[in-house]
Structures are given as structure tokens and as C-alpha cells.
Design a protein around this ligand. Structure first.
Ligand code: 3ON
Ligand code: FE
Length: 495
């Protein structure tokens, strides 16, 4: 662990970074014995993580990690003992391709079937790879992929049960985004928690469907809004009264996809001269309003959080919403002729954290960069979702400037601007931190961060427990017996 970055030198070596993208075809189930430090005795529950487990299909490399078959890891804590288990989501496509020993589907991000354009043209099926997020809600463990239905898994064994329609909330072919938000105290449900998620249907014109689902899995509210133009929306934010979406300035040319030349997701076209539309949908069942505000171009995958300041009309400035998001200059586009592992980090602009201030009374948007440090995968105390919050945790590059792989966790105090960095450089790489509140916690940062890291020196992954109050302090390191390829999102449950 290097705590004082050296300026001007790379904090990583490319071969090390690339090794974290090797497939992990094995499924493990064991009690972890190799533990450094002390597991907090009151850390009780399971962190589930999802991400591409395979970077190849029976030996044929996939074109992009977002095309990789979903693999769930579960790290469970029980009175200081730690158990690890991983299982592939046994999607229809995974089972068929493993049996056939070759790719049978085109990937959204460029993976091709054998046979050149003749083997790929006009095959418009999507393979539901269930690789983006995993949540436990309504007594169900669900693996999510934004372009199709969720898959349900057995929460104990991680065995795949099958596609899940949420007890009739979804219909065959419906999608369910991979970024649900849990409102900790919904004002329309007697301050009970509720899960808010969305589904996008896109084309020349698009629609957003918003779902609000109770802790027992019952549909509370659903409404659909049509949105002019194409939209690619990966994540959103909620406040007590609103669900908010960024419609980034991208267009779509379907022909390379139809003719077998590119994946569906590679046909997005940046439109830097256009504005980002911020779509603000009311969650109030008695007020089905939609407002659209505009802000200069950029591209956002992930948001950290949002909150409202509903000033009474006599207060100057009116009603405001604050949104914190990771912004790229434009949609990062990779060269489809070379491997994603050859990406030139220095030639791509990194994502930075920006705060957008929406004035709903004056219909204006202002924005300012609040963290000029390459970062992705934000995380906060779940009690603060949609509320004014102070602490933001995020995976970040080791160095404060430039674009580089994520090797550190950064804590940002939004009140004072103070930062803490816990770096795993030079040979460690970090993914999304998952915030686990302390059972008896009072302060917003009374909690732990669970981080899955990849250690190139041992070619194994670790589960690292950081103290959310002082993240420079690592409480425990769980050394797994193998590596987990770089993952996407996950969640914590007390189960
Ligand atoms: O054709 C349309 C456009 C499109 C892109 C419609 C569509 C629904 C088929 C579609 C599909 C979108 C999908 C399936 C998106 C999946 C995204 C995904 C699996 C992951 C996104 C991750 C985002 C980020 C920012 C990851 C960053 C990772 C690092 C910095 C390091 O590992
Ligand atoms: Fe995401």
C-alpha cells in the first residue's frame, strides 16, 4: 500500500492490470482461512457482487468486459467467520454457449459470433447476460442486466432459479434496469422503505417506466412517460419527490448493428453540440408531472446521489435539487479493431465528479466540478439516499490527475472538501466500495466499506474491510484463494 503518490510515475503496470481481466471459470464454495486483521464482530451479513466472470466464450475472447457472462460472488460474515461462494448466473445463453463450445450470440458491446458479417447480420437477439448488479429485495436475490428481465437466484446456494417477473410486475420481454435505488423512508408509504427502479424502451422515440416496489415485493406505483428521441440511460437518482434521469446527447445509427458489423451498444453516436436533458419525473401519485431542464454536453453513467431543498416560496432562490454525478467529456468509445486491454488510458478523458444544481422555480441548471480526480463507482450510506449527505465514497485512480485504472478508494467530505485516499497501488486494483452501516451507528460515516480488490502480485482477489470514518484504516483483509475478474456492482444484506 502506497499512501504518498509519487508524481510523474505510473502507479501501475499494464500487464498487472490486464491480468485482472482473465476469466474465472471455476465455482468455489469455502470458508476463508487466510484473514489479516480482525473482522468486526458486529459485521453480520452478506455482500453480493456481480460482474463478468468470463472474458471468453469457450476460448474465443469477448470484445468488451460488459459482454461477459454474469458471475455472482457472495462474501458472508458470521461472528467473525467468513465464507466465499461464487456461481455463474445460469442464463439461457451461458448454458447454450458452454454446451456448444462457441459464441452463439452477438454481444451488445461488440462480441461477434463466428462466420464474419454473414454469421452476424440480421441476428438482432440480445443475450441476457445478467452481469451488472445483484440485489436482495422482496425476499428474492436478483441478478440484473438493464436490457432484459432479472434472473432470480437462491440467496444461500446462488443456484439460478430462472428469469423472474417480480410476481407479475413485469411481462415477458420487459427490461428492468441494473440501478435500483432504495428510498429509506418513502413519504408516500408512511416512511417505509421502497425500491425505485426503471425500464427504458428506446428507438426513434423512447419511454421511461418507473417502478416503486414495497419491501415485500408488491407494486406500489408504476408510470410510463414518453421521451422524445433516442436515449441510453444506465443509472438515475431519486429524491423524496422526484426520480431524475440524464438523457445524454447521443444518437443512434442502427445500420452497423443490423449488418453485423458492430454490437448494438457500439452504434451510439456522440452529439457534442447538443445539450444533456435532465428529466425530472414526479414520484407523487397525485402529481404526475415531468419537467425537462438542459445543461451542456457530457456523458454520465453513474450518479452518486441527489437531494432537494424545497424552499418555501418566500425564500429567495426557490426550489432546488442537487445531483452529484460522474461526468465524462463524451461517451467513451473504444477502437473496435483493437482489444479493450490495449486501451490507452492517457488518450481518454477521465470521469470526474460534478455537482448539478437545478433551480425548479427558475428552470436553470448550474454545475461545478467537485472532484477533479479520475473516479467511478460511487457509494454512500444507504440511509442518505435522496437526502442531503456529507460523505461520498468512490473508487479512484491512485494519482490525483490523469486517467488510470482504479486502484484506490477515496472518501470525500462534501461539507469541508477534505479527502482521504486508501490506495492499493502499485499492484492492487479496486472496484466499487459497498457501504455497510454499523448496526448501532449514529454518524453518517459509522460503517464499513467492503471492497473487492485484485492483487496482481498473487493473482488473487481480496475482500478488504475499511473503516468508513477513517478509510486509511484497513480493519481486515480476506485473502481469497483465486481471483475474481474486475466486477461491476453489488449490495449488502443483513441476511
Ligand atoms: O441499442 C441500445 C443501446 C444500448 C447501449 C439499446 C440497448 C438496451 C441494447 C443498449 C444496451 C445497454 C447495456 C446492456 C448496457 C450495459 C452496461 C454495463 C453492463 C455496464 C456499464 C458500466 C459502466 C461503467 C462506467 C463502468 C466502468 C468501469 C470501470 C471504470 C473499470 O472497470
Ligand atoms: Fe452501473
Amino acid at each position: 500500500m502506497v499512501l504518498t503518490p509519487t508524481i510523474g510515475e505510473k502507479s501501475y503496470n499494464r500487464q498487472d492490470w490486464q491480468k485482472g481481466y482473465q476469466s474465472q471459470p471455476n465455482e468455489y464454495d469455502y470458508e476463508v482461512e487466510d484473514i489479516e486483521g480482525q473482522i468486526p464482530p458486529d459485521l453480520q451479513g452478506t455482500v453480493f457482487k456481480n460482474g463478468p466472470g468470463l472474458l471468453d466464450i469457450a476460448g474465443t475472447a469477448i470484445a468488451h468486459p460488459f459482454d461477459g457472462d454474469g458471475m455472482i460472488s457472495a462474501i458472508s460474515f458470521n461472528h467473525g467467520r467468513v465464507h466465499y461462494r461464487n456461481r455463474f448466473v445460469k442464463t439461457e445463453g451461458y448454458l447454450q454457449e458452454q454446451k456448444a463450445g462457441k459464441p452463439l450470440y452477438r454481444g451488445v458491446f461488440g462480441t461477434k459470433k463466428p462466420g464474419g458479417i454473414f454469421g452476424n447480420a440480421f441476428d438482432l437477439r440480445l443475450k441476457n447476460i445478467a452481469n451488472t448488479n445483484v440485489i436482495y429485495w422482496g425476499d428474492k436475490l436478483l441478478a440484473l442486466w438493464e436490457a432484459a428481465e432479472p434472473h432470480r437466484l437462491d440467496a444461500k446456494t446462488l443456484d439460478t432459479i430462472g428469469l423472474d417477473y417480480l410476481d407479475g410486475i413485469l411481462e415477458k420481454g420487459d427490461s428492468f434496469a441494473a440501478h435500483p435505488r432504495i428510498d429509506p423512508a418513502c413519504i408516500f408509504d408512511n416512511h417505509q422503505p421502497c425500491l425505485v427502479n426503471f425500464a427504458i424502451k428506446t428507438g426513434l422515440s423512447s419511454s421511461i417506466t418507473l417502478y416503486e416496489i414495497s419491501p415485500t415485493g408488491k407494486l406500489l406505483r408504476r408510470h410510463t412517460h414518453s421521451i422524445p428521441g433516442f436515449c441510453f440511460i444506465h443509472d438515475f437518482v431519486i429524491t423524496p419527490h422526484y426520480a431524475i434521469f440524464f438523457q445524454n446527447p447521443v444518437g443512434y445509427n442502427p445500420f452497423p448493428f443490423l449488418f453485423g458489423l458492430k454490437g448494438a451498444g457500439e452504434c451510439l453516436i456522440n452529439q457534442p453540440d447538443k445539450l444533456t436533458k435532465i428529466i425530472i419525473i414526479s414520484r407523487d401519485p397525485n402529481k404526475r408531472e415531468v419537467k425537462v431542464l438542459e445543461t451542456p454536453s457530457g456523458f454520465v453513467f453513474h450518479h452518486s446521489n441527489a437531494f432537494e431543498q424545497l424552499a418555501p416560496s418566500y425564500v429567495e432562490g426557490g426550489e432546488k435539487i442537487y445531483i452529484d454525478s460522474i461526468c465524462y467529456q463524451s461517451l467513451p468509445q473504444l477502437d473496435s479493431n483493437s482489444s479493450f486491454q490495449a486501451v490507452d488510458f492517457d488518450s481518454l478523458a477521465p470521469g470526474h465528479l460534478w455537482r448539478f444544481t437545478l433551480n425548479l422555480s427558475e428552470n436553470t441548471v448550474t454545475r461545478e466540478c467537485i472532484l477533479e480526480h479520475c473516479c467511478e463507482f460511487p457509494s454512500i450510506n444507504p440511509a442518505k439516499v435522496g437526502r442531503d449527505y456529507r460523505y461520498l465514497y468512490i473508487a479512484a485512480a491512485h494519482h490525483a490527475t490523469g486517467n488510470a485504472p482504479l486502484q484506490a478508494i477515496l472518501k470525500l467530505d462534501l461539507l469541508t472538501g477534505e479527502k482521504q485516499l486508501h490506495s492499493f497501488a502499485p499492484r492492487g486494483f479496486a472496484g466499487e466500495p459497498v457501504f455497510v452501516p454499523k448496526p448501532d451507528g449514529i454518524a453518517e460515516d459509522d460503517g464499513w466499506l467492503l471492497v473487492v480488490t485484485y492483487d496482481a502480485a498473487s493473482h488473487r482477489s481480496n475482500g478488504v474491510i475499511l473503516d468508513a470514518k477513517d478509510i486509511t484504516n484497513s480493519l481486515g483483509v480476506i485473502h481469497l484463494k483465486h481471483h475474481i475478474p474486475y466486477g461491476l456492482h453489488g449490495s449488502w444484506t443483513r441476511q
